[in-house]
Design a protein around this ligand. Structure first.
Ligand code: FAD
Ligand code: MG
Length: 299
């Protein structure tokens, strides 16, 4: 029996594990190896690691973790999780069953992009969602926001901080007079012609409009809708919390879900996503899971 089983071994899951193995707890991590930022060549905004390749940050962290003998790492996917006597049981796609006293869900989210030809292939190269992560490198060049709905207003109003911005409405959203005034105040240009495709080589994006024009950009931003990966929170009966981008697993401030003994952290359990936040979230979940073990039966 492990003290804690962690589903998802990326930034959040590893940060939880680090606190737990340093408290000499037996931890199993099961990781499917599909980090959300795997499409990007550089990760920005993480103190001390700014500009490094996401995979390099991951490999360093994993190597440090594997030095702790109480860590058991498994490559694989958790497909089932249930409450059992004294804790939880999980089953992997590879057919293994593990038992743990506590469970941490750190499975991240999947991005759902609008169905525009050429967009998905450029995700993480010339199509971005987070200006704090990728805005600086665009050198204050021409930027675009592709509307997916009213939530794109926020991106359109924020983006002029990083460069002159055009808002491609693409029939997904029409600003009301108040919103038009806000966009004008921020100097945002509005393009109502439908977007036919996104093209462009390397780190440059080109928005191809239905009337044949092609708008060259240093970067195109799009708000992706998200869904939590793994389906484990549903199986366990954890409550979800709404966010403008989609539901995430609900937790208290210590990252415990509505199901006692089940913790959730990282993108799966917070709407505002970054590697820094995922690491902080994971550390909190790891410490909270540890305390719930240490203080069991005292109350
Ligand atoms: P993830 O990193 O997504 O990891 C989840 C892990 O769980 C994956 O390994 C996955 O395979 C695994 N998993 C899923 N389901 C299961 C299961 N059932 N069983 C076992 N394992 C499972 N943030 C920044 O701070 N700076 C950046 O520059 C930056 N760039 C980005 C670029 C792109 C294109 C994208 C999409 C995001 C970027 N982000 C960036 C955001 C960042 O990637 C996320 O905030 C961060 O990866 C969240 O970490 P996490 O551990 O919660 O989830
Ligand atoms: Mg993780």
């Amino acid at each position: 029996m492990f003290d804690v089983i962690i589903a998802g071994g990326s930034y959040a899951g590893m940060a939880a594990a680090l606190q737990l193995v340093r408290a000499r707890r037996k931890v199993a991590i099961v990781d499917a190896g599909q980090r959300r930022n795997r499409f990007a060549s550089a990760s920005h905004g993480l103190l001390g690691q700014d500009g490094r390749a996401p995979g390099a940050i991951f490999e360093d962290a994993k190597a440090q973790l594997l030095k702790y003998p109480d860590l058991h790492w498994m490559n694989g996917s958790v497909v089932a999780a249930s409450r059992e006597q004294g804790g939880f049981a999980v089953r992997t796609a590879q057919g293994e069953t593990l038992a743990g006293k506590r469970l941490v869900l750190a499975t991240g989210v999947q991005d759902h992009l609008p169905d525009v030809p050429g967009l998905r292939e450029r995700w993480g190269r010339s199509v971005h969602h987070c200006p704090y992560c990728h805005g600086y490198e665009l050198e204050q060049g021409a930027l675009g926001v592709l509307a997916v709905g009213e939530l794109s207003m926020h991106q359109a109003l924020l983006l002029p901080e990083w460069g002159p911005t055009t808002f491609f409405l693409n029939g997904a959203f029409e600003p009301n007079p108040d919103q038009l005034r806000q966009l004008a105040a921020r100097g945002v240009g509005i393009e109502r012609t439908a977007v036919a495709a996104v093209s462009g080589e390397g780190e440059r994006a080109c928005v191809e409009l239905a009337d044949g024009r092609c708008i060259a950009l240093a970067g195109l931003f799009v708000g992706s809708m998200i869904s939590v990966q793994g389906g484990l929170a549903e199986q366990l009966g954890c409550a979800f919390a709404d966010s403008p981008l989609g539901a995430v697993i609900g937790t208290d401030a210590a990252k415990e879900t509505s199901v006692p003994g089940v913790f959730a952290c990282g993108d799966a359990a917070r709407a505002m996503a970054s590697v820094s936040f995922a690491i902080a979230d994971g550390a909190m979940a790891g410490i909270a899971a540890h305390r719930s073990l240490a203080f069991e039966g005292l109350h």
